[in-house]
Write a protein that binds this ligand. Sequence first.
Ligand SMILES: [Zn+2]
Length: 214
Amino acid sequence: MRIIMLGAPGAGKGTQAKKIAEKYGIPHISTGDIFRANIKNGTELGKKAKTYMDQGLLVPDELTCDLVVDRIQQDDAKNGYVLDGFPRTIPQAECLTAALEKLGSKIDYAIDVDVPDENIVNRMSGRRACLKCGATYHIVYAAPKKENICDTCGEALVLRDDDKPETVSKRLKVYHEQTQPLIDYYTKQGVLKTVDGTCALDEVFKAIVEILGE
Ligand SMILES: [Zn+2]
């Protein structure tokens, strides 16, 4: 069961990826985790990636792909994996397809957690964060006990720049330009499955389980 997750930032694909990993006993692999692990262990690929990150540059597609392909060949990924945050672009997807072909493998499912932009902007703009202790809330879905005050430490809550509608809209624009073509790409490969990401978390997961099987 080799799965990649697609979906806009804020669509909840990371949460679903974790639930998939848990249910099916396969690793949840995010590029952030791979970078951190390789840098921590001082691997050759990690050292290369670090030279880009230290300069504030994006790690090139090919190197990112090498790191992912290295990760999915580890023992715990023998029965499959769920990739979260990779591929993000067509060059990354092509790189992954080619590398998998060499291994006699392929992606079985590309799951697109579909949420309209306006829902995402609304969701994100309801987030509140405590800058003192790091707790996060949502004015509708996870409201603090006292309005706008952190339950844990009593600090006033703020709307982070990252969650502001203008920032979210910008990120969504980049997403549509870069990642939307992946939906076409995996449709052509015959592995794209779309789930309605506007439902409750458990409902979304139920739809995913229907696709993957019990
Ligand atoms: Zn707090």
